[in-house]
Write a protein that binds this ligand. Sequence first.
Ligand code: NAI
Length: 582
Amino acid sequence: MTHTVAASDGVSLAVHAYTEIDQRRPTILAIHGYPDNHHVWDGVAGNLSGRYNFVAYDVRGIGESSAPDDRSGYRLPQLVSDTGAVIDSLGVDEVHLLAHDWGSIQAWAAVTDESVMGKIASFTSISGPHLNYAGRFLRSARTPRGVADVARQFLASTYIWFFLCPGAPELAIQSRATAKVFEAVARIGRSSTRSQRGAVPRSTHDYLNGLNLYRANMPGPLLSPGEQLPQTRVPVQVLVPRKDYFVSPPLQRFTGAIPDGSRVVTIEGGHWVVNSRPDVIARLTSEWIDLVTEGAAPTGKSSVVTGARDVRGKLALVTGAGSGIGRATAIEFARQGAATVVLVDRDHATANETAEMVRAAGAEAAVYPLDVTDEAAMEDLAAQVHNKHGVVDILVNNAGIAMAGRFLETSSEQWDAIIAVNVRGVINGSRAFGGQMVERGQGGTIINVASAAAFLPSKSMVAYGTTKAAVLALSESMRADLADEGITVTAVCPGFVNTNIAKSTIYAGMSAEAQERARQRADAAYRRRNYTPEAVAKAIVKSVRTGSPVLPIAAESRVGYAMRRISPSLVRLVARFDIRQT
Ligand code: NAI
């Protein structure tokens, strides 16, 4: 349903309600950017109109709205007055603003303007800063990193100077060159398998009239942002698309711009994420409205949600968390500020012990007993964890068993058993939790614990090495596959680590007594080597930040990894020695 609203200067604004306005439901008012019209919101509206009144309007000069007589009619105070007039026309007490690009620039002006601020219950901003804040950002560089961020944004903003040139942009638009450039830009960050491909129907008229937004309002506030930045009492959520090359993430995250009681969420996608992942925009908008409505939005200093590469505040899940590397990793996550660590192990008692240690180190802990070989149980676990804790940010597929033995000594059942835990277990975990990460659209980290045995063949550990090589290959291919989703996959390859693994290693083809002797000797050797699981855990947790593809840990693993490339024949020669301690 479309109705028109007369702006204070007589321009008529086309307001599109995607739903009936039901006074009992919250109302979302969406403002589009350049060179879009209200149709950029069609996907988001489709996701939200079941729970909310959803309204979007064509900004003056665009779509079905009429245009002012001259460029001064596009100045921000007039645009703010338009927003106020549209809100008043809806007959509701207040609206939740949702805005993108130039729409977000206008919305920032509205939420910092006393005349409309009171009509706005919350604001979700995507890819459009307050212009004064942007001006302050451009002067904010104090560190080399800051200088690089600002320089990058300056380069990204060159199109603005082009738009300000008289005549040239009009020629580019008439020749359809501009439309082609925008279509190409819209493809950036659209590589997720969940991305929608639909283009927003735009007219030459939208492209041409929209130039006035730039010309009437820029570069003034960018060059002189003023001493006192405009303030707001409206709770703001800033969604920062990681691959936005126009309005760079550092500018969007610029904390000087985020009022207290707000949050910043990094999402996967490019500048037109509104159009490519409407499901993600809808979910986060709805989440923010709920938080604000329930009075649960953060208070005090703005709570900046950390980026994908940060452990602080995150939900981590570790399999095989009852012992050794898994236990140490869970504790290290807690030490580094993870909010919750989910502990999965087939041994409930030892996982509970780890939970106590995780709590003592300052994080929440939850224990789920599970055999990682059981795919259905893993799917069930993923659903439970999702319900109770949300989407896992960092998944560590660590559970594994060791097996020593020559090829023909290893029975078919033993092959099945080790493949089930070491390979299927990793696949099961990655499928169940990786699927949720992709759906959420905010990236994530998957760390698979392989071993130096992945790249160091040995005739004494044929089955183990095979499974770990599979984990390495799986991790490298998964990394390539999930890169488009912002998910980083790392294969961790430790050498000999002093854990319980030596005491539980299965020795194929040996009598029980011989196996026990071999275990004792191997355990003593691991102890002499004394590389601790805590050291491995530190490296694993650090890899969340560095995002390494393959991480050899301990000297023997690093040397082996290098030798594999420098002298593969030497590695093959060493493989022929029996390293079992019989
Ligand atoms: P560990 O034996 O001390 O701990 C393994 C944990 O995984 C135990 O709590 C066990 O109950 C659990 N687990 C085993 N199978 C499971 C299953 N099917 N479902 C659920 N939980 C299960 O061993 P460690 O040394 O901490 O090993 C962890 C990972 O590190 C394994 O994948 C192992 O292959 C790998 N690794 C270990 C090295 C070492 O020298 N300790 C070297 C290189 C890699």
